[in-house]
Design a binder for this molecule. Structure first.
Ligand code: DX5
Ligand code: ZN
Length: 219
């Protein structure tokens, strides 16, 4: 799956920008609160408008403090997948439960230097694991390859039937990096600047998807 990030889109023309990514599997929506990360983007009112502007499922990536309070309303509003950061709460399972009760799929995001081991047990309560391959906060950064170890570890558990979730990667994904992520067993690729930085975003999505699916994943 390819999930273009509208962080690199023109925020004054979001309806047109989501029309430009026809064929995308999810629209990745980066919510930043200028507290958990040093940047401020958008929140519920914009997500509510996006829901009216597109039929593509919204993948909301909440880079915010206190997700227990703020995450469930995104699911209630109709976001398909609601992902929050493991580093932002003491009780990820409780937040996941509330997101699911509000009708959404629940995702857990981990920063590049956050180990996966402490979270493996609780992944049974999640639908998505978002492995960050840049420090959250900004688009256009370089891919951090060592995070692929975490994707590999979770992929092994999925293949063994011990977990059932989408492994998603976010940050620095482009024509040059998508294949190594696919080889590590990633299912869903977020791409911001690599999609919106091109003249034909829809065509770029197709090329990225072809590159990812051409990789034979060792299982
Ligand atoms: C970064 C965001 C990403 C960002 C990715 O904090 O979570 O979703 O849009 O942008 P690129 O693909 O340009 O690295
Ligand atoms: Zn993101």
């Amino acid at each position: 799956m390819i999930a273009p990030s509208i962080l690199s889109a023109d925020f004054a023309n979001l309806a047109a920008e989501v029309r430009a990514i026809e064929g995308a599997d999810w629209v990745h929506v980066d919510v930043m609160d200028n507290h958990f990360v040093p940047n401020l983007t958008l929140g519920m009112p914009v997500v509510e408008s996006l829901l009216k502007a597109t039929d593509i499922p919204l993948d909301c990536h909440l880079m915010i403090t206190d997700p227990g309070r703020w995450a469930p309303p995104y699911a209630e509003a109709g976001a398909y997948n609601v992902t929050f950061h493991a580093e932002a709460t003491d009780d990820p399972v409780a937040v996941a439960r509330d997101i699911r009760a509000a009708g959404g799929r629940a995702g857990l995001a981990i920063k590049p230097n956050t180990p996966i081991e402490p979270y493996l047990q609780m992944l049974a309560h999640f639908d998505t694991l978002l492995v960050m391959s840049v420090e959250p906060g900004f688009g256009g950064q370089s891919f951090i390859a060592h995070v692929l170890e975490k994707a590999r570890a979770v992929r092994r558990l999925v293949d063994a039937g011990e977990l059932n979730l989408v492994v998603e990667i976010d940050g620095g994904i482009n024509m040059d990096t998508i294949e190594q992520a696919a080889e590590a067993g990633v299912d869903c690729f977020v791409a911001g600047s690599a999609v919106y930085g091109t003249a034909d975003p829809a065509a770029t999505i197709e090329i990225l998807r072809k590159r990812a699916s051409s990789v034979v994943v060792p299982r």
